[in-house]
Design a binder for this molecule. Structure first.
Ligand code: NAD
Length: 334
């Protein structure tokens, strides 16, 4: 494992700019960092950030074009694709697990109609590649919890999981039926210091570091022994870019790849933080998100991603903790 930097590093060389890139949902937890990583690799003006809402601090988007876009508004999506002629579209807009349970029909509409709009416009306008993230939420209580295989019983029991599983099947169908080069990863919980999470069941693993650095007590909404698969953001960015840069013939899974890095419980992350901040205090008050966590895998078998396109995570729990604390301390007001 690399021991120095929290920046994403692609394990494959960055290929020449394939043409403009459109990122939909660019103001979210993943979108902000992915847009910045793409703008670092290609020139900022070639990466078009789009979201239904502007950011308060647009400087976070690193200086390229920004367009307002509701992905449910298909004519507006068509207009943007015709204007910029993107070679790649990263479609990240979705309602996440905990939020989706509160507004299930809207979650289904956004997560499904948004994806279908992107897939249909991509086929009609000749967009070369589409990236769409899936999630460990595609698995359910009947799924083997440990080392969850790529192919296994799914039966998700959240609206978010049902929408992600249906989305995976649509991606595979558009690839088979229309030859669309659509690629996908089943992310575990994503943890980063640059942006706040957007309403998922793994959000605690970001919030805990903010409280630790502020010297505050943390009350966790999951039980202390609730193990879930997690990933540090630089690894998620590396995986995403490596998947998109891999030759088409090496992409054997056209639903979505299992992607693993580490698995830990709230007690594990608290212990990891205490190695650097011995006074850190945590207590547990599980809420409705515990039931969601209980239905998800504890760890994933991601051997297909490792074999097909060389996936290799760089961060384990302690290395992530160190990097998170270093960066969050830098961001603390003086
Ligand atoms: P987020 O909620 O932080 O960001 C989503 C972004 O989409 C927001 O900026 C929001 O304004 C935008 N958006 C919402 N509705 C829109 C619309 N109609 N049109 C255009 N933009 C719209 O979510 P995230 O954590 O960045 O997740 C991004 C993707 O990754 C999602 O598909 C999510 O399911 C997936 N994912 C995330 C995680 C995680 O831990 N963050 C884990 C697994 C999968």
């Amino acid at each position: 494992m690399d021991t120095t930097s929290g920046d994403p590093a692609t394990t494959t060389p960055t290929p020449p700019l394939p043409g403009p890139v459109l990122v939909i949902g660019a103001c979210g937890q993943l979108g902000l960092e992915l847009t910045a990583a793409l703008r670092q690799r290609y020139r900022p003006e070639n990466v078009i950030a789009a979201d239904v809402r502007p950011l308060k601090n647009m400087e976070l988007l690193a200086g390229g074009p920004f367009e307002l876009l509701d992905v449910l508004d298909k004519p507006r999506l068509e207009e943007l694709v015709q204007q910029y002629r993107p070679r790649q579209v990263y479609h990240l807009a979705a309602l996440l697990s905990a939020t989706a349970e509160k507004d299930p029909l809207f979650a289904w509409k956004l997560n499904m109609d948004g994806l279908l709009n992107v897939l249909n416009v991509a086929v009609a306008e000749g967009v070369g590649q589409v990236y769409w993230p899936s999630s460990i939420a595609v698995f359910g209580p009947d799924t083997p919890r440990h080392d969850t295989p790529q192919l296994t019983v799914m039966n998700p029991n959240t609206v978010y999981g049902i929408s992600k599983l249906a989305g995976e099947q649509w991606c595979e169908w558009y690839h088979r039926k229309h030859g669309l080069d659509v690629r996908s990863l089943r992310y575990p919980g994503l943890i980063g210091y640059k942006s706040l999470p957007g309403g998922g069941t793994t959000d605690y693993a970001v919030d805990i570091y903010h409280k630790a650095v502020a010297g505050e007590h943390f009350t966790c909404f999951l039980k202390e022994d609730s193990a879930l698969p997690m990933m540090y953001m630089p690894d998620a960015l590396t995986a995403t870019l490596d998947l998109m840069h891999a030759p088409a013939e090496s992409i054997k899974v056209r639903t979505s790849y299992n992607l693993g890095a580490m698995s830990f419980t709230p007690a594990d992350i608290a212990a990891s933080i205490r190695q650097e901040l011995p006074g850190f205090q945590i207590s547990y008050a599980p809420d409705q998100r515990q039931a969601i966590a209980d239905s998800w895998p504890a760890s994933l078998d991601d051997s297909a991603a490792r074999q097909d396109w060389g996936w290799q995570p760089r961060f384990d729990l302690n290395k992530m903790t160190h990097d998170m604390l270093v960066h969050l301390r830098e961001l603390q007001p003086a």
